[in-house]
Design a protein around this ligand. Structure first.
Ligand SMILES: CC(C)(COP(=O)(O)OP(=O)(O)OC[C@H]1O[C@@H](n2cnc3c(N)ncnc32)[C@H](O)[C@@H]1OP(=O)(O)O)[C@@H](O)C(=O)NCCC(=O)NCCS
Length: 165
């Protein structure tokens, strides 16, 4: 998988997630999403459906520092999850894994990529806006703690700043 020279120099590598990664991913999941972590089994279920799913991990020195997953059922792709460990935020790793998911959505001929993001997560929202995502809906009190979800959409057939194709 292609990464920017800067990330390669920083020792970051990107590869497909495997079942063997799930215990480590689960530890990160519970740390990064204390309110709405996925149950461990959910990762196994997701990886068991490669015809409609693609999950990646980013590693530094053999440790997983980010993970992300896409579901694609034509014509819609959904970013199922994306996370970078705090110590490695702000280095472009989130952008790299998101780029890989969007490229995968294109390969699978999706027309749109959708995602849900917490209304109180401006950092993630900013990342998505930079990639051309636009807010299309709000799901009031969607999350367990009562926070709204913003639904954002990237139209793949529309030219955007930040496109990789
Ligand atoms: C949201 C999240 C995935 C972003 O990951 P990230 O690796 O920090 O993202 P990037 O580094 O690619 O981009 C983040 C910012 O760092 C900046 N940045 C990118 N490369 C950089 C570099 N080499 N040096 C300094 N800053 C850099 C970017 O400009 C970007 O700024 P922005 O705030 O204007 O978007 C990450 O913060 C995260 O996992 N948060 C917790 C979990 C979460 O909220 N997930 C999303 C659920 S919907």
């Amino acid at each position: 998988m292609k990464l920017s020279p800067k990330l390669e120099l920083a020792g970051v590598s990107l590869r497909d997630m495997t079942e063997a990664d799930i215990p480590a991913v689960d530890i990160l999941e519970r740390r990064l999403f204390p309110v709405d972590a996925w149950p461990l089994q959910m990762f196994f279920d997701e990886l068991a459906q490669p015809e409609t799913r693609r999950y990646v991990v980013a590693e530094v020195a053999g440790e997983i520092v980010a993970y992300a997953g896409l579901m694609c059922i034509e014509p819609i792709a959904d970013v199922q999850t994306i996370a970078v460990v705090p110590e490695f935020e702000g280095k472009g790793i989130g952008s790299a894994v998101l780029t890989e998911l969007i490229d995968e959505a294109r390969r699978r001929r999706a027309a749109d990529v959708l995602l849900e993001v917490r209304a109180d997560n401006p950092r993630a929202q900013q990342l998505y806006v930079r990639f051309g995502f636009e807010q299309i809906h709000v799901r009031p009190r969607y999350y367990r703690d009562g926070t709204d979800a913003l639904i954002m959409r990237l139209e793949l057939n529309k030219p955007h700043e930040g496109d990789t194709a």
